[in-house]
Design a protein around this ligand. Structure first.
Ligand code: PMP
Length: 360
């Protein structure tokens, strides 16, 4: 079987080795005569999967002991609500940096919970860049500052993360978690849906500094309360067992590869190949993001007009490239080059882009 040249933005390509292992264990996990999704979530075997996933995440991301790792459901979108429900303090405000569609959505949900304000925004420049720290206007008494480290739709990424703020930094890392080392201690809370760099959809990772758990009030619905998940090792109710198992396999794969430093190196090499094609194309391909804010995960570009874009996308699809259309809100093209997208596939895309340009 030929595997697709998958550039989907998420759910996205998974490592072949992970799929092969899951296939092998599908009917008979650890000689139990059943697959992982048939196990009780209260069984010793699933508890081991849950614990191992937790410790792999801790090792790979060097998560300090004063942080809790939670595995939740509801996607990153539920975190847009859970973050303010749990962390926004009485009478205080929450500050948001707008860098694209997902941070706008995070702000909108927070405003339903309490007073959430814009600390900085790059909307006026069509989200081509990340605002610099000197532009931030964070009101005194903010409960936290929220950022989106990688903007999946616009193809921008924070390359210098705010450090030593005097309020907790909350980050949506859905589309770049595990793609590079980060200093977890400079964050109060990190969240990420799994379906880009971590596994299939269905599980959301939350990393929270333990002292912030005190902010979760008992009146909150249990399913929306970080403290409840923390006290039950994320087993308050039936978790997405299959997604967590896949997450464990992806983390094992990442560890075997050499961890986040190695992944970062590979991601830099992959992204450079495509940005190089764009930059050498004499304007045939135009990158959406400003150079200093370019994402290593989502490479966004446009062609001269819509007709040429349609021809590009059609011919790309005929050549086996999947998922290259830009998000409907931006248009153009986007190649998502997450951890599991192999270098060979990027090389093939770079060749195709050069070939298409030469013919047009
Ligand atoms: N944040 C970012 C940065 C995303 O890219 C996405 C999804 N593409 C979301 C949030 C929403 O994630 P979910 O669909 O898991 O709710």
């Amino acid at each position: 079987m030929k595997r697709a040249l998958n550039f989907n933005a998420g759910p996205a390509a998974l490592p072949e080795a992970v799929l092969a292992k899951a296939e092998k264990e599908m009917m008979n996990y650890q000689s139990l005569g059943m697959g992982v999704m048939e196990l009780s979530h209260r069984s010793k075997e699933f508890e081991d999967i849950n614990d191992r996933t937790n410790s792999l995440l801790r090792n790979l991301l060097s998560i300090p002991d004063d942080y809790e790792v939670l595995l939740l459901q509801g996607g990153a979108s539920l975190q847009f609500s859970m973050v303010p429900m749990n962390l926004l303090e009485e009478g205080a405000s929450a500050s948001y940096v707008l860098t694209g569609t997902w941070s706008e959505k995070a702000l909108k949900e927070a405003q339903k919970i309490g007073n959430a304000v814009i600390a900085a925004s790059s909307k006026h420049g069509n989200y081509k860049s990340i605002p610099s720290l000197s532009e931030f206007d964070i009101p005194a008494g903010s409960s936290y500052l929220h950022i989106t480290t990688n903007n999946t739709i616009y193809g921008t990424q924070w390359h210098t993360l705010p450090e030593s703020l005097n309020i907790p930094l909350v980050a949506d890392m859905s589309s770049d978690i595990l793609s590079r080392p980060v200093n977890v201690s400079s964050f109060g809370l990190i969240y990420a849906g799994a379906q880009k760099n971590l596994g299939p959809s269905g599980v959301t990772v939350v990393i929270i500094r333990k002292d912030l758990l005190k902010r979760s009030k008992p009146e909150l619905p249990s399913m929306l309360n970080y403290q409840v998940y923390s006290e039950s090792k994320s087993l308050y109710n039936t978790p997405p067992t299959l997604s967590i198992y896949f997450l464990m396999l992806v983390l094992e794969w990442a560890e075997e590869l050499g961890g986040v430093k190695q992944l970062e190196m590979m991601n830099k090499e992959k992204a450079a190949l495509l940005y190089d094609v764009i930059d050498r194309s004499e304007g045939f391909y135009k990158g959406h993001a400003e150079k200093q804010s370019r994402s290593l995960m989502n490479i966004t570009f446009t062609l001269d007009n819509e007709d040429l874009t349609s021809v590009f996308l059609r011919e790309a699809e005929e050549s086996g490239f999947i998922g290259l259309a830009g998000h409907r809100s931006v248009g153009g093209c986007r190649a998502s080059t997450y951890n599991a997208v192999p270098l060979e596939n990027i090389e093939k895309l770079a060749d195709f882009m050069n070939y298409f340009r030469n013919r047009n």
